[in-house]
Design a protein around this ligand. Structure first.
Ligand SMILES: Nc1ncnc2c1ncn2[C@@H]1O[C@H](COP(=O)(O)OP(=O)(O)O)[C@@H](O)[C@H]1O
Ligand SMILES: [Mg+2]
Length: 382
């Protein structure tokens, strides 16, 4: 059976369908961006609708479309007439991205029963223990493994994730969908992207809840394997909102070896018990400093990670493992300041290896439980 040879129009349509919008990463034909095209002699003229006027990705689209269409035999040149979507077209796009149907209630894809995204909320009792450094390194390490990774920087007191990942782009809006900027293969949304300059954010309770809800429901994350949230330190409003919005989120506790830090970390972890969230484990950061002679200097004491893990295991009645110990290393800070996490910038450093090993343990994909028999064993953690 041989199909009839495609017409040149069919060939152009097929070529256009291979071009992804650089931001949304779906074919421009699916997104309603191709309004039409004409073929005259060896020249194709494409009418392309941008989602927003002055779209910064115009040049990239031009290059990609030209490359795809000029592959067709007999086509020599491509001209693109740019237009901008009207409100109706943007609404249609939004509905496509949301998987059809416009519902009034914001839908959080990660909270749906069939979601395969593993959500890790990175928590600590106090600031400065390296919660953000751990978050961005895990994100970069997981993306390096080919996983699709998103990070929500929900630390209203010190939103440092964009800088640490070298993200300087702003999110773009399509109607009320937000496109997250990306760096190192990680999609990032930060509360800092929505505040003017470095203005201190004094959001409390309901506003924070709404912001978090928006980050989860209105940001176009696509199919994520892993979503990491950098939570503010302590057991505040955000942790409680998170428990309501994402009951399936698993808590990762970061502490230093110091006894005082460990105590507050335990309290942060214990909230998981009240909210019935699973504690995935503990990461001890700033564990020691390796001296030139190879010996270890325990700058912040020792045992904090073990203590927190043991105490949380006892509290929740299930094993909460110590997932790793990350040594102090000036390169961790330098890599963060430079916008390339140490797992990428200096993967052979001991700190990078420790973080990579934690990422390995978190990389396991959550299997959808939908339609599966539950079996006879009951997970006592929940
Ligand atoms: N293992 C480490 N070695 C050296 N510096 C670190 C390490 N972990 C974090 N830092 C640095 O310590 C500071 C606080 O870390 P950060 O990740 O911002 O903590 P938090 O998010 O808990 O407030 C940052 O300057 C960071 O670069
Ligand atoms: Mg931080």
């Amino acid at each position: 059976m041989s199909a009839p040879a495609p017409t040149v129009e069919e060939a152009v349509q097929a070529a256009l369908a291979t071009v992804d919008d650089p931001e949304i990463r779906r074919p421009i034909t699916e997104l309603g961006m191709v309004k039409g095209f004409t073929v005259a002699g060896g020249k194709v003229t494409v009418e392309l609708l941008l989602t927003v006027a002055g779209c910064p990705l115009r040049d990239k689209l031009t290059t990609d479309i030209t490359a795809a269409v000029t592959k067709i035999a007999g086509i020599e040149s491509v001209e693109i007439d740019f237009g901008v979507m009207n409100e109706e077209q943007r609404k249609a796009l939004q509905a496509t991205l949301r998987g059809g149907g416009q519902s009034a209630e914001p839908v959080i894809p990660f909270a749906q029963p069939g979601s395969k995204t593993r959500v890790y909320a990175v928590a600590s009792g106090k600031g400065g223990v390296g919660k953000s450094s751990v978050t961005v390194n895990l994100a970069a390490a997981l993306a390096k493994r080919g996983l699709s990774v998103g990070v929500i920087d929900a630390d209203i007191y010190g939103h440092s994730v964009p800088r640490m990942l070298g993200v300087d782009g702003k999110p773009t809006r399509v109607e009320d969908m937000i496109m997250p900027p990306q760096a190192h293969g990680v999609k990032v949304i930060s509360i800092g992207m929505f505040t003017a300059g470095n203005a201190a954010v004094v959001w409390r309770g309901p506003m924070l809840h709404r912001a978090l809800q928006q980050f989860l429901a209105d940001v176009f994350w696509g199919e994520l394997d892993v979503l990491l949230l950098d939570l503010p330190p302590g057991t505040g409003d955000v942790a409680i909102s998170l428990a309501q919005l994402l009951p399936n989120a698993e808590i990762l506790v970061v502490t230093t070896p110091q006894a005082a830090a460990a105590e507050v970390a335990e309290r942060a972890g214990a909230i998981a018990l009240q909210t019935h969230q699973r504690l995935v484990g503990v990461v001890e950061n700033m564990s020691w400093l390796e001296l030139p002679d190879g010996s270890r200097m325990e700058v912040f004491g020792a045992g904090g990670g073990e203590t927190v893990a043991a105490s949380l295991s006892k509290t929740v009645g299930a094993s909460v493992p110590l997932l790793g110990q990350v040594p102090l290393d000036t390169r961790v800070r330098e890599a963060g300041d430079g916008g390339t996490p140490i797992v990428l910038a200096d993967p052979s450093a001991a700190a990078a290896k420790a973080l990579d090993a934690v990422a390995d343990r978190l990389a396991v994909r959550r299997e959808s439980l939908v339609g599966k028999p539950l079996g006879l064993t009951v997970n006592t953690r929940r």
